[in-house]
Design a protein around this ligand. Structure first.
Ligand code: THU
Length: 160
């Protein structure tokens, strides 16, 4: 028997201005996208924007449903749009942002477990890491270099 330590790493930015210019552009588009979220139940609007390796930007936002579990997160709307329309083009970067109609979101909103698992699958499939930046409405921005940092010891189809 042995015990191992698994480490993960995060880069923390103090403001949008500190981000690379192409990521700042993704932030703008993610903010635009969260404006058309359909979130009448949570009042929590999430926008995601991802950049493909050919420079194309795909965005998505959360879409809720009166049958609550039928709703879907912004990240999965965006990645499934990309996977469905551009199945052979790799995803390089993803930005996630959120605001609430009820209070200020001033800390980074990190992707939920189901979104991490979904994004991990596409990262594995394309054999290239996806950078993930996540933020609130204001405050710091967190970045991970890979889904592996967000989902250590992930379930993988290789195990099946
Ligand atoms: N939500 C996302 O869109 N992405 C996440 O990673 C976390 C949660 C959405 C789902 C739901 O519509 C609302 O935020 C509140 O949970």
């Amino acid at each position: 028997m042995k015990k191992i330590e698994i480490s993960t790493s995060l880069t923390i930015y103090d403001s949008v201005e500190e981000l690379p210019v192409d990521v700042q552009q993704l932030v703008k588009i993610a903010i635009e996208s969260r404006k058309t979220a359909y979130a009448p139940y949570s009042n929590f609007n999430v926008g995601a924007a991802l950049m493909l390796e050919n420079g194309k930007i795909i965005s998505g936002n959360n879409q809720e449903n009166a049958a609550y579990p039928s709703g879907i997160c912004a990240e999965r709307v965006a990645i499934w749009k990309a996977a469905s329309d551009y199945p052979d083009i790799k995803v390089n970067k993803l930005v996630i942002t959120a605001n609430s109609n009820l209070k200020m979101v001033d800390s980074p909103v990190s992707p939920c477990g189901a979104c991490r698992q979904t994004l991990f699958e596409y990262e594995s499939k394309q054999e290239q890491s996806i950078e993930v930046y996540f933020m609130g409405e204001t405050g710091k921005i967190f970045k991970t270099d890979s889904l592996k940092d967000l989902l250590p010891v992930a379930f993988s189809k290789l195990l099946l």
